[in-house]
Design a protein around this ligand. Structure first.
Ligand SMILES: CC(C)(COP(=O)(O)OP(=O)(O)OC[C@H]1O[C@@H](n2cnc3c(N)ncnc32)[C@H](O)[C@@H]1OP(=O)(O)O)[C@@H](O)C(=O)NCCC(=O)NCCS
Length: 168
């Protein structure tokens, strides 16, 4: 397994994996396949341009993209000490082999190196035991629960907010 930051040239593979994830795990994300299937490749190229405040990590096996996770720093004067994690996904055929944990460890490692980033946060649907276990195993702690955070086909899900402190 090889983990690296994605760039514009990975846009097509990223788009395919992202759409697969939205289609196969619609309950796990705020975004939806119906919305993103309409996005042009340019949208993903823009997203994948690394900046000091954002990067997307990809996990590859034999040069094929199977996993991904996104880091985005908050940009306000008062909240730039925080970073967000979005879009964690591992293709079903590669699950249970430590790919998500490896992505998260690399993301945390890179975030620690960004001057001024002190904590990471993310939201996970309360029923998503696999993802909750993953984040807890890395030291993330629950700091809040949003009732009825998502409504998908008339079904509500609670959102669990978790944070990891990188510095004091
Ligand atoms: C959640 C997800 C990213 C985990 O990916 P993965 O590569 O299979 O996870 P890993 O093999 O790295 O497992 C790391 C830890 O996560 C937890 N975990 C992973 N799969 C689990 C499962 N099916 N049940 C319970 N815990 C699980 C465990 O704590 C595991 O550590 P362990 O192996 O030491 O017990 C993957 O299942 C996925 O993409 N799901 C659909 C999309 C999704 O839910 N994304 C998260 C949005 S917040």
């Amino acid at each position: 397994m090889n983990i690296r930051s994605l760039s514009e040239s990975d846009a097509h593979a990223y788009q395919q994996l992202r759409l697969n994830g939205l289609q196969s795990s619609p309950e796990a994300y705020v975004s939806s396949y119906e919305q993103e299937a309409k996005f042009p490749l340019e949208f993903y190229k823009e997203l994948l341009k690394p900046t000091p405040d954002k990067f997307v990590l990809g996990a590859f096996v034999n040069n094929t993209l199977f996993g991904m996770a996104t880091f985005m720093r908050d940009t306000g004067l008062k909240d730039a000490h925080k970073g967000n994690i979005y879009g964690m996904y591992v293709a079903p055929e590669l699950r249970g082999h430590g790919m998500a944990k490896a992505l998260m460890l690399e993301l945390i490692h890179k975030a620690r190196k960004i001057d001024g980033v002190e904590q990471l946060k993310l939201a996970v649907v309360s029923e998503n035991e696999a993802a909750r276990n993953l984040y807890e195993s890395l030291g993330f702690e629950v700091y809040g629960v949003e009732k009825n955070a998502l409504k998908h086909n008339g079904v509500y899900s609670d959102g669990v907010w978790m944070a990891l402190r990188l510095a004091h």
